[in-house]
Write a protein that binds this ligand. Sequence first.
Ligand code: ZN
Length: 164
Amino acid sequence: MFQVMSPRGAQWGLKVLLWIARRLVPWFPFCFLLACADEDPKWHGDTAFTAEERAAIEEGAAFTAARVGQPMPVIVWDGPIDGERSIKREKPDPKLCPEIGGNCAGWVGTHHMLLEPLQPDQLRIVAAHEFGHTFGLVHHDAPGLMSPTAAVFEWTQADADELK
Ligand SMILES: [Zn+2]
């Protein structure tokens, strides 16, 4: 619904904006110097993951990071799992992956990852794949880690071709 603001409402809106701007301005030079490191670079993992599952996820993340030439993502198993860069122990909603028939074991949005609790061997593949997305890799149709139905913990030529 859209409502045209009354002049009085607009005046208040402007006041609020000015108040916010005044609060932000003193911080701007710091933000600039720190290259606006607006985000916590760490991933926050769900405390519900077992020790075995955590190890599998870390192995998967390290596997992909090494292949794309990026630093290993730092994962702390502290939650909060609903914030930025969180990894939740949850099977993604089927609506999130219609292209593979709705049976997705993992999903990652801009800064939010869902991983279905699976056997460590499977979970490692899913985590490696989802971290691949965080490094900018997209799906391909050939066998390999970035196949949407990846079932083998492997890095193939099709995966490597995505780095070109
Ligand atoms: Zn994917």
